[in-house]
Ligand binder design. Structure first.
Ligand code: KG4
Ligand code: ZN
Length: 336
């Protein structure tokens, strides 16, 4: 075929992902997760994640190729996450990416993981405008970025969390309230029966002039913990869940809209597990509409770590005619 076919590989955290993209279209993908193996340690253990990638990758890549209805010989380039991520986990993907590229005799592209989170939206909603602001909110990330040309210009970090990621805060508050893991969906459900104005929890860093786009969720979690402690025996779980969720939604949407305004972006891209939250979505949509900003959110399946997002970036890089990486590609935070 004249239009190149890209194999994307993602191994930066606990998801092993592979996806095949051709001309902005996702043909097939496959995913495995080592999440369950980390649960008893209370967080992702890099060595366990790396070993799980090593075991899962060959089958995951084959499954993606089969689902796409192509053969290995049809692949024109390999794209692989080069960082940021857990070092040992990224290394497994890099080694595999190099091996596939070398054995297939095709170019290799090192991809920035966060560029992948943004680029995946192209697969569902078409090309991105020249400039957009991206809010990446998951269990591992809380970042506000400005993206111009996704393949040529560097990603500008406006702000990141200084402590917990937003999803982590949902998980920790859920545990505090006796709700099941993962906490986000549980809080979302419970909050439906609660009053979001019942308790005014803090909106951390919303007036921090030196870090206007920074986030801090550990203080908010502590505030909820203190409130629960003080009302022991008579905790209105639904009200606490709704009030906490409101504080998160308010903070995220205020900062994201302010970032779009300051950086003259008519588009906000929101991705990550927390983007599935009903109140985060509705408040973000409401505030974006009021500010004349187009809100783009990929479907939940593509919002979280996967191989398709890496193939999506590889596809953009290749079609833009950018030079591939060499086999000396190491873990690096840049796009090419
Ligand atoms: O992007 P993701 O699936 O995985 C990684 O972080 O790698 O994000 C998972 C996070 C979890 O913390 C989970 O509690 C949160 O996203 N989450 C939600 C919702 N669904 C998932 N948080 C709030 N509301 C939800 N509906
Ligand atoms: Zn990610």
């Amino acid at each position: 075929a004249d239009v190149p076919l890209i194999l994307g590989i993602e191994t930066s955290c606990d998801e092993t992902g592979a996806g095949l993209v051709r001309d902005g279209v996702l043909l097939g993908d496959a995913l495995a997760s080592s999440m369950d193996e980390h649960a008893r340690f209370g967080g992702v253990v890099p060595e366990i994640a790396a070993r799980a990638h090593l075991e899962a990758l060959p089958q995951i890549v084959r499954a993606a190729v089969d689902r796409a209805g192509v053969g290995f010989g049809d692949i024109d380039a390999v794209a692989v996450t080069a960082g940021p991520g857990l070092a040992t986990a990224v290394q497994v993907g890099l080694a595999a990416g190099k091996a596939y590229a070398l054995s297939l005799g095709v170019p290799l592209y090192g991809v920035h993981h966060l560029a992948g989170h943004a680029a995946v939206d192209v697969l569902e909603h078409g090309p991105l405008p020249g400039r957009c602001v991206a809010l990446i909110v998951s269990g591992g990330h809380t970042s506000l970025l400005v993206l111009d040309d996704l393949v040529r210009d560097p990603i500008v970090h406006l702000g990141d969390t200084v402590d917990d990621a937003a999803g982590e805060a949902f998980d920790k508050v859920a545990r505090l309230l006796g709700l099941p893991y993962p906490g986000g969906p549980a809080i979302d459900r419970t909050a439906r029966d609660g009053d979001p104005a019942a308790i005014t929890f803090p909106r951390p860093l919303t007036s921090a002039r030196d870090d206007p786009y920074g986030f801090s969720f550990s203080g908010l979690k502590t505030a909820v913990a203190r409130w629960v402690e003080q009302h022991r025996g008579a905790v209105p779980v639904a009200d606490v869940a709704a009030s906490f969720q409101e504080a998160v939604a308010d903070t995220l949407s205020r900062k994201a809209v302010a970032a779009c305004r300051e950086h003259r972006s008519a588009t906000l891209l929101m991705v990550g597990g927390v983007a599935a939250n009903s109140r985060v979505r509705s408040l973000m949509a409401q505030r974006c509409a009021a500010a004349g900003i187009e809100l783009r959110v990929p479907s939940p399946r593509l919002c979280t770590d996967n191989g398709a997002m890496i193939a999506a970036v590889g596809d953009l890089l290749l079609r833009a005619g950018l030079p591939p990486s060499t086999l000396g590609l190491g873990m690096r935070p840049t796009v090419t």
